[in-house]
Design a protein around this ligand. Structure first.
Ligand SMILES: [Zn+2]
Length: 401
């Protein structure tokens, strides 16, 4: 896992300053709710905050801290971040500090043993992969049995540090009974436990929980920040980094999860379908949409990706129409084609097509047949009225799927 200190949180200066202020004064609240867009570093910040709170050298670390070899002299300015060197910092960085506890969503019915295995595997992957990102199935949730188990431990004093930190990732994935169980713990003024809850869907967290937490808001990341991180820290080449950052719309976690998917190739395949639509070449469009099974029967995620590529492309065309320089284009490796389209299509026409794509993205989940969705969307991009007459016979036969 990335043992990032608070002072190096990616593009969250206000959050960083706020949390360091707490550490420097050793004035910990009962509970914090880290909220903001998905994939902007809330989980990383939660661990960074926990490490700092548990560090043996920060103010309020308590009598359990080992005396320094060089005498017990306090540093001239109080530490406001993890020192990164003490035993406590090292154990917390490898997620093995006995006073640092986690709850996160897991999926599957699973008995106790399976659950333990899943959690063990997740922790290990998190520990070993500095670019690990949590990815959940739709039904994943935080288990009540684990919440209860944790609460039994909270009855005892912290093992090593002066305090204990409990991090609950994606706390919006809880059931009603879990929230009530949690509420009791958060309410108790146990000065030794600090709760850090993270969520990208704060509205789903019950007001009873929200109102008992200090809220810490995370800002969205710009595409430039995401692309920069991918290039510098994840070894992704510039063209791919740009595409990933644009596709991930500010979610570093999402961009990281898409690494290695060869977005430039996927983009080119998606474009092979968009181009006949822009030429209003309906037979060509049907052929392209059929040939690209990846976006057809392969499912909704691929379809979503294809349409997102279409949007990025048309936004570039708009930018080019308004005279944007090459650096401002996401698909700048195809600058010539974009500029050529920009001279051919007028802005209103491009905007109309973007709206069609937006609408298609919103309706993807409700549609039964991704390949027909793609075809009908592109017909509308081409400016064709979508009706029986516009459909090739074999497509019309499948429309009752
Ligand atoms: Zn330390």
């Amino acid at each position: 896992m990335p043992a990032v200190p608070l002072r190096q949180l990616l593009a969250q200066p206000e959050v960083s300053a706020f949390l360091r202020g707490i550490v420097a004064r050793a004035r910990y609240g009962n509970a914090y709710l880290f909220h903001g867009p998905a994939g902007v570093g809330k989980g990383t910040a939660a661990i960074a905050f926990a490490r700092a709170a548990l560090c043996e050298r920060v103010p309020g670390a308590g009598a359990t801290a080992e005396p320094s070899l060089f005498g017990a002299t306090a540093p001239a300015t109080p530490l406001d971040d993890a020192c990164g060197e003490c035993g406590s910092c090292l154990r917390a960085a490898s997620l093995q500090h006995p006073d640092l506890k986690f709850l996160f969503p897991v999926s599957g019915p699973g008995d106790e043993k399976e659950l333990d295995e899943t959690i063990g595997e997740t922790l290990q992957a998190w520990r070993e992969d500095p670019l690990f990102t949590f990815q959940y199935e739709k039904a994943a949730s935080i288990r009540l049995s684990l919440t209860r188990e944790l609460q039994r431990e909270l009855a005892y004093r912290p093992f090593e540090a002066a305090r204990r930190v409990v991090v609950i990732r994606d706390c919006d994935r809880m059931r009603e009974d879990q929230y009530s169980a949690l509420l009791k713990s958060i309410e108790e003024p146990a000065a030794t436990t600090t709760w850090v809850l993270t969520t990208s869907r704060a509205a789903r967290v019950p007001p009873t929980i929200r109102s008992r937490c200090q809220r810490v808001r995370f800002a969205p990341l710009s595409e430039a920040v995401v692309a920069g991180f991918l290039g510098e820290r994840a070894g992704v080449d510039a063209r791919e980094a740009r595409l990933l950052a644009a596709l991930a719309s500010g979610s570093l976690a999402r961009a990281l999860a898409m690494r290695g998917s060869d977005p430039a190739r996927l983009r080119d395949e998606a474009l092979a379908m968009l181009e006949p639509a822009l030429r209003r070449d309906v037979p060509g469009l049907w052929k392209a949409a059929q040939g690209a099974t990846r976006f057809g029967r392969a499912g909704r995620e691929s379809l979503r990706r294809a349409i997102e590529f279409h949007e990025l492309w048309l936004r570039d065309v708009l930018r080019a129409r308004y005279g944007a320089p090459a650096e401002a284009l996401v698909n700048r490796d195809h600058e010539r084609r974009i500029r050529e389209l920009a001279t051919r299509l007028d802005a209103a026409e491009v905007r109309r097509r973007l709206l069609v794509l937006e609408e298609a993205l919103r309706s993807i989940d409700g549609n039964v047949s991704p390949d027909l969705t793609l075809f009908s969307t592109l017909l509308r991009v081409a400016g064709e009225r979508v009706g029986e007459g516009a459909w090739p016979a074999h497509a019309a036969q499948r429309s009752d799927v």
